[in-house]
Design a protein around this ligand. Structure first.
Ligand code: 13P
Length: 236
């Protein structure tokens, strides 16, 4: 089964998110795909109560939870509203809000402690890619986010090269495969009960088939293309 995660970022308003959730809810259930929608956090709770069978992911969560914490999203709000997944360390959160690997490490632990599966994003900037230092860069990110002494439950790792997000550029299939093999190898140094590796960055209707044909890839994390009903209907 391949994980297909729709990251709607902040593209949609509430009624557009409702409409897309309706499209998702109407798809026949299939063992081929696990569909997870990640709307803007403001709408998650409304959408989950309207479409309880859809699977939703939060786009982030805060370390400072309930209480005097203006602007925070408390993990208990996700738990009590049956939001089972949470994207962490997306490059836009890293760059817009200064989120560091250390913060992502803490949030990963917080999610797992509350039985929420983290979707942890990693990926290299263009200069690192061009100087062929991607593997070293990803290894460092992983090293900072995961602890060798921990036993992790289910974790989803999304490899999203920064230069590929929103640009229409994707790595060659052979490059994605190479990174997948590398990640699989280094993740063996950690204890995961279940680990899935996804690719994200400019996935769309014209490349989805080829990308999903990569045997070792467990799925995709899709941004702007996933805001189109035609893309969602591909997964019927
Ligand atoms: P795009 O699919 O719009 O390139 O975005 C990818 C992404 O950031 C998914 O999290």
């Amino acid at each position: 089964m391949k994980y297909i995660i729709f990251n709607w970022k902040s593209y949609l308003n509430i009624s557009e998110s409702m409409n897309l959730s309706k499209v998702v809810s109407k798809l026949p259930s299939t063992k081929k795909y696990k569909l997870i929608s990640s709307p803007n956090n403001f709408y998650n709770l409304t959408l989950k109560s309207r479409y309880p069978k859809n699977i939703y992911a939060a786009q982030n969560v805060d370390l400072h939870g309930k209480g005097a914490s203006t602007g925070s999203i408390d993990i208990q709000d996700l738990v009590s509203n049956k939001i089972k997944f949470c994207i962490l360390g997306h490059s836009e959160v890293r760059s817009n809000f200064g989120e560091t690997d250390l913060i992502i490490q803490k949030k990963t632990d917080l999610c797992l402690h509350n039985k929420i599966t983290p979707i942890v994003c990693i990926g290299e900037p263009v200069d690192i890619y061009k100087s062929k230092k991607t593997k070293n860069y990803l290894k460092k990110q992983i090293n900072k986010i995961f602890k060798k002494s921990n036993i992790y439950n289910e974790v989803i790792l999304a490899y999203e090269p920064l230069w590929s997000i929103g640009t229409g550029l994707t790595p060659k299939m052979s490059e994605i495969n190479d990174i997948l093999q590398f990640l699989t190898k280094i993740l063996k140094n950690y204890s995961f009960k279940k680990i899935k590796i996804l690719y994200g960055g400019s996935v769309n209707l014209s490349n989805i088939k080829e990308i999903l044909s990569l045997q070792k890839l467990d799925g995709v994390l899709v941004g702007s293309a996933s805001t189109k009903p035609s893309f969602i209907k591909y997964f019927k």
